[in-house]
Design a protein around this ligand. Sequence first.
Ligand SMILES: [Zn+2]
Ligand SMILES: [Zn+2]
Length: 257
Amino acid sequence: MLGINIVRTGNDGNCYIITTDKPHFENHPNSIMVDCGGDKLPKNDYSDIGCICITHSHKDHVSALGKLLYGLAYKPIVIVSEGEYNAPITQRVLGIRSGKQPNVLFLEFEDDISKPILVGNFVVTACKAHHDSECPVHYFITDGANSVFVGCDTAYVDESTIHIMNQADAVLIEANHSKILVDESSDLSKAHMNEYGHLSNQQLNDVLPHLTHPKIICLTHINEMFNSYQNIKQEVGDDRRIRICLNENCPITTKIE
Ligand SMILES: [Zn+2]
Ligand SMILES: [Zn+2]
């Protein structure tokens, strides 16, 4: 069984923890984190996290990384693409500029899919997302028994990504905004939204019919200005597998058997 713990999600911060209860290696941590963004992580015991996977170098995905990384008694492994590693904010949160030496493993790509990385009790594979940073990625994480796809911010989901998503038992994917609300709005941040490329409820509707295997679909990174629980209910087809994950309900925990 894998546990999914959505610590926070949305424009202000994103942090997702996957935990296995079937560890193959007892002396390795049982949890892996994807992204570590926001002002401060909620008080919690993070000592079971062996690895932190970075999707991309925007503030809402990496800003709390330094505090977590150097607040633990050991150094977790950081998995990141070289493009995102070189971004100034990543260099800062990893402490590179102040001489710190984080434990970094770089993703190595063959076309748009990375070579799998074995890290403790998990195998991590990444595929490329489409967002306004150097090399943003989605992650596919498995403990050998179950698997989770953790989606990055993305302007669209390409065919090879849909194929990977459909191998996972659970999918975390953004339902960032309602295209209808964005089109109706005269707010200036609308321009910001188009420019930055996030997935809408309407685009999600095109993806969902292709996801025949996943048992759970968590909708994350909901922009509360241009989307809501009600909008998602109305605009995304009725699917019993869907969980609408708003930051105000975090932490949200889900299990896959
Ligand atoms: Zn972003
Ligand atoms: Zn984001």
